[in-house]
Design a protein around this ligand. Structure first.
Ligand code: ADP
Ligand code: AMP
Length: 212
């Protein structure tokens, strides 16, 4: 099993970039998507996670590490693309242990860098399809008609945590808890910075070049 980690603040474009890597055979794993699925199903885990997510706080490390453990166990031949995981040093250490235990490797960490003000504009206009997970932006990557998904025609929705006040809190939490991971992975020469403030196509090209 080998893995690429997408690191970067909320709204930097991790999910958007993931689409081109999925087309190249990666298995996209977003812990945010997995948690939202638990909320949709109304499981106890989902109920616990929702209150934290709505306030822009992280869910407990054990919860997300458990989800990742379940996913990668027995998947020795897969190429994983982790999006939004790990997000704390504890999660990064646990991921190393899990990967070591199945003789896997982290090949690279793509660091999507983007200024706060760009992020606030991006998340304010983000719309997602609850059915297929497609991500749009009403100005920068609009659906072709109204607020309906191009893939399956379902109505698009705005995430409850994409309100400006919650976005600011998420950026604060990112700087405190996730930014230290850059140093953690730099010590192993795994980090490849990408200027994520460019247009979507340019960011995707930059990522594809790094992965070539
Ligand atoms: P993340 O997964 O990092 O939270 P997303 O991929 O969901 O970020 O992108 C956040 C929002 O910004 C979405 O509405 C997306 O359409 C838009 N977006 C992503 N990348 C870019 C870009 N390079 N330029 C403009 N808008 C972008
Ligand atoms: P995302 O979809 O990546 O923007 O994540 C949305 C929210 O889910 C975050 O603000 C956190 O509340 C929660 N979340 C997602 N991934 C993690 C993680 N690895 N650790 C803790 N909380 C997470």
């Amino acid at each position: 099993m080998n893995a690429v980690v997408l690191l970067g603040p909320p709204g930097a474009g991790k999910g958007t970039v993931a689409e081109v890597l999925v087309a190249r055979g990666f298995r996209h794993v977003s812990t945010g998507d997995l948690l939202r699925e638990q909320i949709r199903l109304g499981t106890p885990l989902g109920v616990e996670a929702q209150a934290l997510m709505d306030q822009g706080q992280f869910v407990p490390d054990d919860t997300v590490v458990g989800m990742i453990r379940d996913l990668i166990t027995g998947e020795n031949g897969s190429r994983f693309l982790f999006d939004g995981f790990p997000r704390t040093l504890v999660q990064a250490e646990k991921l190393d242990e899990l990967i070591d235990s199945i003789q896997g490797t982290i090949d690279s960490v793509l660091l999507l860098e983007c200024p706060d003000e760009v992020i606030v504009r991006r998340l304010g206009g983000r719309r997602t399809c609850a059915k297929c997970g497609a991500v749009y932006h009403m100005a920068f990557n609009p659906p072709s008609a109204g607020e309906y998904c191009d893939v399956d025609g379902c109505g698009l929705s705005q995430r409850p945590d994409d309100k400006e006040e919650t976005i600011r809190e998420r950026l604060k939490v990112y700087k405190e808890q996730t930014a230290p991971l850059v140093e953690y992975y730099e010590a192993r020469n795994l980090v490849h910075p990408v200027d994520a403030s460019m247009r979507i196509e340019e960011v995707r090209q930059a990522v594809l070049q790094l992965m070539a």
